[in-house]
Design a protein around this ligand. Structure first.
Ligand code: SF4
Length: 334
């Protein structure tokens, strides 16, 4: 077994990247989105960005990420320039201007394997990850991802995992909270505990779109008779297609490659998981809201589109809309 060096500091990133390389190079990976939204006072990161001149009418995730970086010491930030967010280029520029080491990485929109392979090579060199360490990290991460896949499957087949738990396990897999083996062990313990539970009831729902910025969404859905059995993007963050080759693995990851690639995955999972309705989350001021037009035309089950803006509790109007949506779906079952 190869000893992976560690202790070189934290590498933040703006969305899921080949995290294997960060671990293998001896850094601690940190998904900036998760730090932002799980903070007890996430609004302060947004306030910091606006104080520094970020516009009011801009996505809160971008401002939150910026605020997190300004407050934390980091050895660098991987900025995903293609395949995530149209605002990242400007974010990368301001970070460089503030003296932060930024490392650009791109997922080619046309899913070209050669281009992705070049990007992965560049990242590997920039971080200084050697081959033996990468192989060892891949071995460990593979074990962890299979446990995450088991948690995901339990959510819809055994129905003993809540939508909120599914969300958290999968969304945090982008950096595995900085430690692969600890995350793996915690996932194993969770599986053993969840298997002792009763089967959950509730209309099977899917959640698609970027992860929610607000709190209390999953809990509310369950309180009014729904059960989210599919979290599209969060599941993708856990790299559910276990290909041995890294390039192939990140080509099968759908999130960066546009709506049509995502649609294939969404429709397959609706069928497989017996999903009766979809909740499409859109973030205020996000260009991805336009994709709702295509989703409404192509998804075979009813869709409810909800919007979030700030990291605060689910609002009363959205609660009423979710409740009415679930009642409508229940009516269709009769
Ligand atoms: S929600 Fe949309 S605008 Fe905001 S960071 Fe994500 S992709 Fe960018």
């Amino acid at each position: 077994m190869t000893a992976i060096q560690s202790g070189k500091g934290t590498i933040g990133f703006t969305t899921t990247v080949p995290v294997e390389l960060i671990f293998a190079a001896g850094y601690e990976p940190c998904d900036l989105n998760n730090i932002f939204v799980n903070d007890p006072d996430p609004q302060r990161f947004i306030d910091r960005a606006e104080y520094d001149g970020f516009p009011k009418g801009m996505c809160s995730w971008i401002k939150g990420i910026y605020g997190v970086i300004m407050e934390h010491e980091m050895a660098g930030v991987i900025t995903v320039m293609e395949g995530d967010c149209s605002n990242t280029q400007a974010l990368a520029e301001i970070l460089r201007y503030r003296g932060m080491r930024t490392i650009p990485f791109s997922f080619p929109y046309d899913r070209d394997g050669k281009v992705l392979s070049r990007e992965i090579e560049k990242l590997k060199k920039e971080l200084g990850a050697d081959r033996a360490s990468i192989i060892e990290v891949e071995r460990q991460i593979d074990i962890t991802r299979s446990k995450l896949s088991e948690i995901d499957t339990m959510t819809w087949s055994e129905r003993n995992v809540t939508g909120g738990e599914n969300h958290l396990w999968l969304v945090r897999s982008s950096d595995m909270l900085g430690n692969i083996m600890e995350y793996s062990e915690a996932a194993g313990n969770f599986i053993a505990d969840a298997r002792k539970r009763e089967r959950m009831q509730g209309i099977a729902l899917g959640y698609i779109g970027v992860p929610p910025i607000m709190t209390g969404l999953y809990e509310f859905i369950e309180s009014v008779g729904g059960h989210v059995v599919y979290n599209e993007t969060q599941r993708q963050f856990s790299i559910p297609c276990a290909a041995p080759d890294m390039v192939e693995r990140y080509l099968l990851y759908t999130y960066p490659y546009g709506i049509f690639t995502r649609l294939d995955d969404i429709n397959r999972e609706i069928e497989r998981r017996g999903i009766k309705g979809i909740i499409h989350y859109v973030q205020a001021f996000c260009f991805r809201a336009i994709e709702d037009v295509i989703l409404r035309d192509t998804i075979p089950v009813p869709i409810l589109t909800i919007e979030g803006d700030l990291p605060k509790a689910l609002d009363a109007r959205t609660k009423m809309r979710i409740e009415a949506f679930i009642e409508m779906l229940e009516g269709r079952q009769d």
